[in-house]
Design a protein around this ligand. Structure first.
Ligand code: UDP
Length: 324
């Protein structure tokens, strides 16, 4: 099977590309390289540099590579930036996806896996989020992802598109052999920043808020390894193709860890001290974001396999020897 991976040079997309390859399926990558890294796409994987809204290019890829299904990762994902410059996010994450879908439908591509997010839920009183909760995002990034989910739902009813919207919790970790890993520029995520503070004395991690209503006062998140996400993508694709259906799934480990617990685990894995300072809250951070992933367990037969220590061990391996 030939799977077009948009954003396949980005953090999550590149790990999924590798995972697809290891499962003896054929990934084809389309990436505009705005945030992606060409080096993270394995040699031998067909690579196209361009925009998902470029219908001529996408049509050419579909024909040349005999594409059967699409996994769509290309999106901007900086929450703060989405507040300051929502136009950039609606244009890229929503309008370009609309164009991509138009081209796919025109070429009879009916299977689509969408990289969505727990940021579509917004803030809820419950500590574990399930798919049945209302989606009320609190920032433009979350809204762009929710808007695409709605578009997919309408398109599936009207045009027979089959899709899975996968709502990730905190994607983390790296390839087991250290070949690829998280390399955002700028980096804003907790685990890479904590590990970088160990390796580079000039970098200090800031803990954003110690007055949250959580056991140690710092925010609690659900960290999920990128290869666990990858496995879910293939299981979801298999499901929508077999059943000719569409659905949405939360992908998380169902375990919550505070910022301080992450720091402790980084210190345990590395044997070194994280250099940090406690500061004020970052705007828009909910206290708790932990998944109820029972739907993915039941329907897809999916389970997270990497625990927090394994996640951080792969991230540490990557940070120590990273190539880009
Ligand atoms: N965080 C922090 N310092 C940082 C980056 C993140 O204290 O430099 C906290 C952040 O407030 C959140 C958690 O770590 O509670 C995870 O943040 P991240 O940006 O990694 O992912 P998010 O949950 O925002 O998607």
């Amino acid at each position: 099977m030939n799977i077009l991976v948009t954003g396949g040079a980005g953090y999550i997309g590149s790990h999924i590309t590798r995972y697809i390859l290891r499962r003896d399926l054929r990934p084809v990558v389309l990436d505009n390289l705005v945030y992606g890294h060409r080096e993270s796409v394995p040699r031998g994987v067909p690579f196209y540099h361009g925009q998902i809204a470029d219908s001529k290019l996408v049509a050419k890829i579909i024909r040349q590579e005999k594409i059967n299904a699409v996994m769509h990762f290309s999106a901007y994902a900086y929450v703060g930036e989405s507040v300051e410059n929502p136009q950039k996010y609606y244009e890229n994450n929503f309008c370009q996806t609309q164009k991509l879908l138009e081209t796919l439908l025109a070429h009879d591509i009916k299977y689509f896996i969408f990289s969505s997010t727990c940021a579509t839920y917004g803030i809820h009183a419950t500590t574990k989020l399930s798919e049945t909760l209302p989606q009320n995002p609190i920032n433009p990034y979350g809204f762009t992802k929710l808007a695409v989910e709605r578009m997919l739902s309408d398109y599936s009813q009207a045009y027979g598109l089959h899709y899975a919207a996968l709502r990730y919790f905190n994607a983390a970790g790296a390839d087991d052999d250290g070949a690829i890993g998280e390399a955002h520029d700028p980096e804003t995520h907790l685990i890479p920043l904590a590990l970088q503070s160990i390796l580079n004395p000039e970098k200090q991690l800031k803990i954003f808020g110690t007055d949250y209503p959580t056991p140690d006062g710092t925010c609690v998140r659900d960290y999920i390894h990128v290869y666990d996400l990858a496995a879910a993508h293939l299981q979801a694709l298999d499901y929508i193709m077999r059943k000719k259906t569409s659905d949405c799934f939360n992908l998380g480990s169902e375990n919550g860890y505070s910022v301080k617990a992450i720091i402790q685990t980084c210190e345990k894995i590395s044997g070194l001290k994280v250099n940090y300072q406690e500061t004020v809250r970052r705007a828009g951070d909910p206290a708790y974001l932990v998944a109820d992933s029972s739907k993915a367990h039941k329907i897809l037969g999916w389970q997270a396999r990497y625990d927090l220590e394994k996640i951080i061990a792969t991230a540490w391996q990557w940070e120590k020897y990273r190539r880009y």
